[in-house]
Design a protein around this ligand. Structure first.
Ligand code: ATP
Ligand code: MG
Length: 472
């Protein structure tokens, strides 16, 4: 099972564990050190007492030990250590604990065997008083011979008692230390966990759909890096989401626009067909209705074609079949293709000027110019339309100028939207569907160019197309 603990609790526990382990370790180490120091001190005291006694007895001989017994009894009965003088066989001849100790044989003890062999002997064991006792024995020499041993002992109680006292004090100190650690660990873990908690709150809010959430990059370097990465990601997601929403809006508007555009010709066709079905229509009227049906069907077909073209151009990614082009030549070709229409509208189109070569798709660019000329001759029937080709700021420029009514100020920035028509052209039955300029814009954009509409000071409109020049 996975334990779900907050990072704050984990930090708190870790800090506390480290503090407890190091405090316990240190205490244990110092207590052990103190104990061995106390025991060493006790041993060296017993050692020097044994040494002094062995020197004195060695000088007087073991026989003179009797007087020593008397001297000891008088000296200091409270002496915390006990002194025994043993003869060469390990039997006590003097005992500071009293006469009763005299005559006891200690030759079995390891430290006595050491001393009688001429070496220093020391040992700690549960002794006669049923306490832990330290024993130290020194050989007694006289004239180069070992004649006995000086044997001192003392319970290690003093050391134990001292340690017990220390342990108690240490306990209090440790308690105080732990309380301080508890408070500190709590504060520290809160402080360390805070940036992460903020990060968690921020990301949760973001995941909940609030894409405006950002977190302040604070705290440790890693936390800051995470916060910064989160913010960068949030920026991107927010951007993409708003883009998607816009796209969605565009699409749904497009669909409603398309259905709206379909309705008008369909209504006209249905009206005409119904009237014809009713019968009893004069042949002249019947012809008029049939003409309407044909015209509106054409319009539907054109609409379908235009939408398809727009879809292809906008959907294509750099797949235009491009080649080196002369804009003036493309313009002349576009005008030539429009000849029947121009004749019908009694319009004149003049192409003039020269432009540096550009890279482009000739058919698409011809479509651009044809659309512009179509619009210009439609709004100004019987007038003259000029197509001027030239260069400007290192770019090839093509302008279409007409003598029509110009474009209403309010319409200028919506002109290139799909299905957009000004009030005037909307009222006209001969009007198109409003896709022409959207197609123009899409083609020009695909060529990395720009298109702009303006009103000429002398009247009429001017559409200016700019394309990057081919450098060789
Ligand atoms: N030269 C111009 N002078 C005045 N208004 C213009 C001119 N060219 C375009 N417009 C306005 O811009 C609108 C949009 O033009 P666009 O070419 O996109 O559509 P359309 O000509 O109405 O239809 P379509 O081109 O699809 O047959 C036109 O309906 C017209 O109102
Ligand atoms: Mg048009």
């Amino acid at each position: 099972m996975h334990l779900s603990l907050s990072i704050r609790v984990r930090l708190f526990a870790s800090l506390l564990a480290v503090a407890i382990i190091s405090a316990a370790g240190l205490s244990w180490y110092f207590l052990a050190q103190m104990e061995s120091l106390g025991l060493r001190q006790l041993e060296s005291r017993l050692g020097s007492e044994a040494l002094v006694a062995s020197a004195i007895v060695g000088e007087r001989g073991i026989g003179g030990a009797g007087s020593l017994q008397a001297a000891l009894a008088e000296a200091d009965p409270d002496l915390s250590s006990r002194l025994r003088i043993l003869d060469g066989a390990g039997v006590a001849v003097v005992d500071s604990a009293g006469e009763t100790g005299v005559g006891i044989d200690y030759s079995e003890r390891a430290e006595i065997q050491e001393a009688l062999a001429g070496r220093y002997g020391a040992f700690t064991r549960v002794g006669e008083e049923e306490l832990f006792t330290m024993y130290v024995a020194h050989p007694i020499r006289s004239g180069g011979e070992i004649i006995g041993a000086a044997y001192t002992s003392a319970p290690t109680l003093s050391v134990t008692l001292l340690l017990r006292e220390y342990r108690q004090q240490l306990g209090w100190a440790l308690g105080a230390f732990l309380v301080a650690t508890l408070v500190l660990a709590e504060l520290l873990s809160r402080w360390l966990a805070r940036p992460l908690r903020r990060l968690a709150t921020g990301t949760a809010a973001f995941a909940g759909g609030d894409f405006t959430v950002r977190v302040e990059p604070v705290g440790a370097r890693e936390t800051r890096a995470v916060a910064e990465a989160f913010n960068a990601m949030a920026d991107r997601v927010e951007h993409v989401v708003s883009e998607l929403k816009n796209e969605e809006r565009r699409k749904s508007r497009f669909v409603s626009d398309v259905s709206h555009e379909l309705r008008t010709p369909l209504t006209a066709i249905r009206g005409a067909a119904e009237t014809l079905l009713d019968g009893d229509v004069a042949p002249k009227d019947a012809e008029r209705f049939l003409t309407t049906i044909v015209r509106e069907s054409d319009r539907l077909a054109r609409l379908a074609n235009d939408l398809l073209a727009l879809q292809r151009i906008e959907g294509a990614t750099g797949e235009l079949p491009i080649r080196r082009l002369d804009l003036a030549e493309v313009a002349r070709r576009a005008v030539a293709a429009l000849e029947p229409l121009l004749a019908e509208r009694k319009a004149t189109v003049e192409v003039s000027g020269q432009a540096p070569a550009v890279l482009g798709d000739p058919d698409r660019l011809q479509q651009v110019i044809a659309n512009l000329v179509d619009n210009a001759t439609r709004v100004a029937e019987g007038g003259t339309v000029r197509v001027e080709v030239g260069a400007e700021d290192g770019r090839a420029v093509l302008s279409v100028l007409d003598e029509g009514p110009g474009i209403p100020e309010a319409a200028l920035d919506r002109l290139f939207d799909r299905f957009y028509r000004t009030e005037q052209s909307r009222a006209r039955t001969s009007g198109g569907s409003g896709l022409g300029l959207a197609i123009v814009k899409a083609i020009v954009t695909a060529h990395a160019g720009e298109i702009e509409a303006a009103n000429r000071p002398e009247g009429g409109a001017r559409f200016t197309l700019r394309l990057p020049v081919l450098k060789d």
